[in-house]
Design a protein around this ligand. Structure first.
Ligand SMILES: Cc1cc2nc3c(=O)[nH]c(=O)nc-3n(C[C@H](O)[C@H](O)[C@H](O)COP(=O)(O)O)c2cc1C
Length: 214
């Protein structure tokens, strides 16, 4: 069936994110991100949805490429995410294929981060055990000196992005917009499309939509 304009969910996804941000509160772009482990078991944790492509229908989050979630994604590159805004009575669900962001895009985003976030991205081996007596602050001070800065002052040349840290794009093939309704007659609209996975790119088919029972 050919896509009709009303079938495209991403303009609404953008609007919902903007309206959640305007409504105020902390981390209105936080999403629970589920991945699948080697043993087939799901794991979930919060990450921040940082960018959205309405044109391609993907969202972007940033993380450590050696973290548990990244290891799981490299092995099984599919993920599901959910955002919930209680004040607005809205839930957004996103599912699809995950690919690393281009390096220049991760560089550009990393450059916008506060100095301590940049420094600590270098220092934390995210998801690894914290050894007894391991001193993150001491390692941060050592790294800061190595980069030409201090614990509080950024080096004039800035901080380069660690090669093990960057973005992931979640290319959605399923999106659900959920609106709280009276008497639990919630309004659910599900959007799906096919993703054609080539070695170096993803081609997305047209969106289809249908209503779901609450
Ligand atoms: C509100 C919130 C936002 C977070 N955002 C991120 C994020 O954008 N990237 C990230 O790597 N971790 C983020 N975290 C930390 C993760 O939830 C998690 O602890 C970390 O990524 C390690 O997960 P893993 O061991 O499953 O890889 C956030 C946590 C919270 C509570």
């Amino acid at each position: 069936m050919p896509a009709v304009r009303g079938d495209e969910p991403f303009a609404l996804v953008r609007r919902w994110l903007d309206e959640a941000a305007s409504a105020g509160g902390r981390n209105t772009n936080a999403m629970a991100l589920a991945t699948v482990g080697e043993d087939g078991r799901p794991a979930v944790r919060m990450v921040l949805l940082k960018e959205i492509s309405e044109t391609h229908g993907y969202v972007v989050f940033y993380t450590n490429y050696r973290s548990r979630k990244a290891r799981e994604l490299e092995r099984h590159p599919w993920a599901a995410a959910a955002l919930y805004w209680p004040g607005l009575g809205r839930q957004l669900r996103l599912e699809g294929r995950v690919v690393r962001s281009p390096e220049d895009e991760s560089d550009a985003y990393f450059a916008t981060r506060p100095y301590l976030s940049q420094l600590n991205a270098w220092v934390s081996a995210q998801s690894e055990p914290l050894a007894d007596g391991d001193d993150l602050e001491r390692r941060a001070a050592t790294k800061a000196a190595e980069l030409g800065g201090t614990a509080t002052e950024a080096p004039t040349a800035g901080v380069p992005r660690p090669p093990f840290w960057g973005g992931y794009r979640l290319w959605c093939d399923r999106v659900e917009l959920w609106i709280e309704g009276a008497g639990r007659f919630h309004e659910r609209t599900e959007y799906t499309r096919d993703l054609d996975l080539a070695a170096d790119r993803i081609d997305a088919g047209p969106w289809r939509s249908r209503r779901l029972q609450p």
